[in-house]
Design a protein. Structure first.
Length: 502
């Protein structure tokens, strides 16, 4: 059933509720129950064959109508149970596990060889008392993975070198975000320019604005209450729902807008990543990876405690993301289901790396064993910078220190990690080790190879010199060199913000 069909059905029920004949006979509590059930069926319908709500007769008696709703709910539950019984048959062939990106107009869509949903050890997957957040996380199942064993040497562990609590601030048009990277105390973390946790509903949003010289990455949390709509001047448009990923390479120039679909708050992360000088004036690209195609894995630690990951970029627990990145990068959403669960992740030693903890998290970041970098307890909404090259006495990752970044680039000058950031070129990897103090703790692991070039940023333009920034403004104002038609382009999103929805 389409979204509009389900909406019409709910409107129909409300209309009958307030009519004289129907309204006198139905209890308020029953109405709430029926509406709640309809919403559940609609969500089920959206992910299945769309047949659950097609047989209702608007003129049938109230009792028969409620019975039809109950039958549809039962059918919905059968759909879910059947899906839980399916096993995932993903080929080990590298050609299947590699992204198959096909150009369709200006879109780059992702396809994988996933033939069915995966089983999972997550107890919430079949727990009728699970919260919305727990069920949302378990929705698509997880591939069985393998946790790296305990590290043999503390010299191979990246300890925490700093912790920066994200601060809420205004952004866009009436929106509020929690920002860490991009604030004065953490100006940039090469190649990362900005990190925002957003939770935004209409009429707030981010109306039409330009970008050049960078990439924007938008990752929606699995339990996001609302969706996020995107439009850009190259003809791309889409709606991002829970666990969806968007990777937009602005390169030489693009106009776009990002606006919540409804008043329900869209909740996720947005990150800005710098591009190297050679890529800044390349053509824009757009990748939109739906939740069902996101790589997922789960594994137990040596004590049998379960950890799960959603992999937006890079590799974790044996699974690899299908997204194509200009800068080798990791973006991994981790969930520790139990207290004292341990997560380990290997990352190339020359990569800038940090963690971002979500609300309610409480974790211990294991140190390298030295007196300077010991274990660190971290709670929610915090960006934790991690040590670089700990075995070589490395310092904090990135931090906007151009000299340090150039040194890192010198070390890596003859190494070319693959686009999946798997480190196949032979660079030595070092690990992070995280232990959960609180069950259900969630955090995001982010890492990428530093570019090591000057960063000159003015708002949404990121170049390597002041002259290039001035040229970007001229191109934008004149509509040239990537900004053709920019001044005339206007998104539908901008119009929607004024009236609070579609």
């Amino acid at each position: 059933m389409s979204i509009s069909g389900a909406t019409l059905l709910i409107h129909y029920l409300l209309a009958r509720t307030y009519s004289n004949s129907f309204g006198r006979s139905i209890r308020a509590g029953l109405l709430v129950d029926v509406l709640s059930t309809l919403a559940h069926i609609h969500a089920c319908d959206f992910h299945h064959d769309g047949s659950l709500l097609t047989d209702f007769d608007p003129d049938e008696p109230q009792e028969k109508f409620i019975q039809s709703v109950a039958q549809a709910e039962e059918k919905c539950q059968q759909h879910i149970e059947e899906e839980r019984e399916q096993t995932c048959d993903r080929s080990a062939d590298s050609s299947d596990s590699t992204a198959q990106l096909s150009a369709q107009g200006h879109h780059l869509h992702n396809s994988t060889s996933v033939k069915c949903s995966s089983k999972t050890s997550d107890p919430n997957f079949q727990n009728p008392n699970a919260t919305h957040s727990q069920m949302a996380w378990a929705r698509y199942g997880f591939r069985g993975g393998k946790m790296p064993p305990p590290f043999e040497s503390s010299a191979k562990i990246r300890g925490a070198t700093g912790a920066f609590v994200s601060q809420e601030q205004g952004e866009g048009a009436g929106a509020r975000v929690r920002r860490s990277i991009g604030r004065p105390e953490l100006k940039n973390l090469d190649p990362f320019l900005m990190l925002d946790e957003f939770k935004v509903g209409l009429p707030a949003g981010f109306p039409d604005h330009p970008h050049r010289g960078m990439e924007t990455v938008t990752y929606m949390f699995p339990d996001s209450p609302g969706n996020f709509t995107h439009e850009d001047s190259k003809g791309n448009a889409g709606i991002l729902g829970p666990s969806d990923l968007q990777w937009m390479t602005a390169a030489r120039g693009i106009m776009h807008s990002e606006v919540p679909e409804t008043r329900n708050e869209a909740h996720g992360l947005q990150m800005w990543i710098n591009l190297s000088k050679k890529d800044k004036m390349s053509p824009p690209e757009y990748q939109e990876i739906p939740a069902k195609d996101l790589a997922r894995a789960e594994a137990t630690d040596e004590n049998g405690k379960l950890v799960q990951v959603q992999i937006a970029a890079g590799t974790s627990l044996g699974e690899t993301s299908q997204v194509r990145t200009r800068t080798p990068c990791y973006l991994i959403h981790v969930k520790m289901l139990e207290k004292d669960a341990v997560f380990r992740q290997m990352i190339p030693g020359d990569f800038t790396a940090f963690l971002y903890t979500l609300e309610g998290a409480e974790i211990i970041v294991k140190g390298d064993g030295s007196s300077k970098i010991g274990d660190k307890v971290v709670q929610g909404h915090t960006t934790v910078t991690l040590q670089s090259n700990p075995g070589a006495g490395g310092s904090a990752s990135g931090g906007g220190n151009l000299k340090a970044a150039k040194n890192l680039m010198t070390q890596a000058s003859n190494k070319n990690a693959d686009a999946g950031a798997t480190g196949s070129s032979g660079e030595e990897k070092v690990g992070i080790e995280i232990r959960a103090i609180r069950p259900e703790s969630q955090f995001v692991v982010v890492a990428a190879r530093p570019i090591g070039e000057p960063i000159v940023q003015y708002g949404p333009f990121v170049m390597t010199s002041q002259a290039e920034i001035q040229q970007a403004f001229r191109d934008y104002q004149m509509g040239t060199h990537g900004f053709e038609g920019a001044q005339q382009w206007s998104s539908k999103n901008k119009q929607r913000m004024g009236r609070g929805g579609f």
